[in-house]
Design a protein around this ligand. Structure first.
Ligand code: ZN
Length: 145
């Protein structure tokens, strides 16, 4: 009886419908990294409000000028460009760095990496790596006293 069953099982495996080809390992890693970064961006969006909605451009082939990331206002939103040609941890650090720029984008008369940005960076870093806060983090430009 067993002899008859085994060939049938073998045949059913051999004639199974073709599966969708697996993506290349590098492509798979890139898509997983991008999904993780998008999850972190959602966390930042919830906990570190920005003066306008943020859109993220994942630059697979880098950013002209060799930047790891760039943040600028375009129309009614803020665009964060991320160079995706680096290790995930570098990309995540860059996302946090650029999100801090987005948080304080409308604060006038300041240097780009001054203390105001530094406070925003620490809040953004905490939002991604720290425990979940009870309330959204208040940006320095409209902090409570
Ligand atoms: Zn910067």
């Amino acid at each position: 009886m067993l002899r008859r069953v085994l060939p049938l099982l073998f045949l059913s495996c051999c004639h199974a419908p073709a599966a969708v080809p697996a993506p290349e390992p590098a492509v798979l890693v890139a898509s997983i990294e991008r999904e993780l970064l998008e999850n972190c961006a959602e966390r930042l969006e919830t906990r570190c409000p920005t003066p306008a909605p943020v859109r993220i451009a994942f630059a697979e082939k880098g950013i002209p000028g060799g930047y790891l990331g760039l943040t600028r206002r375009i129309g009614n939103h803020i665009l964060i460009e991320l160079d995706m040609s680096h290790a995930y941890q570098v990309e995540l650090d860059t996302l946090i760095h650029e999100w801090a720029h987005a948080v304080v984008l409308d604060v006038k008369q300041r240097e780009s990496h001054d203390a105001v940005w530094g406070v925003a960076f620490s809040w953004c870093y905490q939002a991604v790596h720290g425990p979940a806060p009870i309330e959204p983090i208040v940006p320095p430009s409209c902090g409570k006293n």
